[in-house]
Design a protein around this ligand. Structure first.
Ligand code: ADP
Ligand code: ADP
Ligand code: ZN
Length: 215
């Protein structure tokens, strides 16, 4: 198979973005991520979708899910134009999982598992490139020069929602809405659980082997 359809699941901070970049580069697939797509469209007008707030921003800053209709439309459009892909950040609840089932099939489903305490440390110390979106960490993945992106020289910033209050809420939202999605996929032939508490290189080695075996 030349262009695999890969889904990467896991709680906020599990390393989905970090590993998806490597998957995209190594397997020549497109990185489709709802988090980045929504961040680029934080102030788009969604009032015609009958939502509580008029833009994604308020949901995202609180760490709540943006309404399904908004996110489903983003993914549908992105997958239509992608050949192979690694999908990151979606589905986050069972209704989204049902939508995805109607959009495409999946070859590999990677589930990164990481404990809650480690997730809080990762998220509150995360720094992202304001230009290219690359991920760093103040302790676990330091850039060569503090505050500067290794990939493109852009400025590293802390996301608005990587504060303790929003992080706590996102982890609760995960337990309630997204953990059942992971359980739903456990029976899928392409499902592989990965120990996400290893070093980034250790996680990558397991992911690369899992994809090679499944496709
Ligand atoms: P993280 O990497 O910390 O898990 P993301 O960048 O994936 O965070 O998502 C950031 C925010 O964007 C979420 O807290 C949520 O508000 C919104 N979001 C992203 N993906 C989805 C989705 N599939 N459904 C609803 N909201 C989403
Ligand atoms: P997600 O997309 O699942 O929310 P990220 O890839 O953004 O997760 O990673 C969250 C934070 O943890 C980032 O600061 C990243 O540099 C760091 N990180 C990613 N993988 C690891 C790892 N295996 N060990 C330690 N820190 C990691
Ligand atoms: Zn950059």
């Amino acid at each position: 198979m030349s262009s695999p359809h890969i889904l990467i699941l896991g709680p906020p901070g599990a390393g989905k973005g970090t590993q998806s970049s490597r998957i995209a580069e190594s397997f020549g697939v497109e990185h489709v991520t709802t988090g980045d797509a929504l961040r680029a469209n934080k102030d788009m007008d969604i009032s015609d979708m009958d939502t509580e707030y008029d833009t994604p921003r308020a949901y995202m800053e609180a760490g709540d899910l943006v309404p399904d209709a908004v996110v489903n439309a983003i993914v549908e459009e992105a997958l239509t134009s992608a050949d192979g892909f690694v999908l990151d950040g979606y589905p986050r609840n069972m209704d989204q999982a049902d939508e995805l089932e109607d959009m495409t099939d999946l070859d590999v489903i990677l589930s990164l598992s990481v404990g809650r305490e480690e997730l809080v440390d990762r998220l509150t110390g995360r720094r992202v490139c304001d230009d290219c979106g690359a991920n760093f960490h103040v302790e676990f993945d330091q850039p060569e020069e503090a505050g500067v992106c290794d990939e493109c020289g852009g400025e590293l910033i802390q996301r608005d929602d990587d504060n303790e209050e929003s992080v706590t809420n996102r982890l609760d939202v995960f337990d309630e809405n997204t953990a059942p999605v992971i359980d739903h996929y456990r029976d899928h032939a392409g499902f592989v659980e990965i120990d996400g508490e290893q070093s980034p290189d250790g996680v990558w080695a397991d992911i690369e082997a899992a994809i090679d075996e499944q496709v």
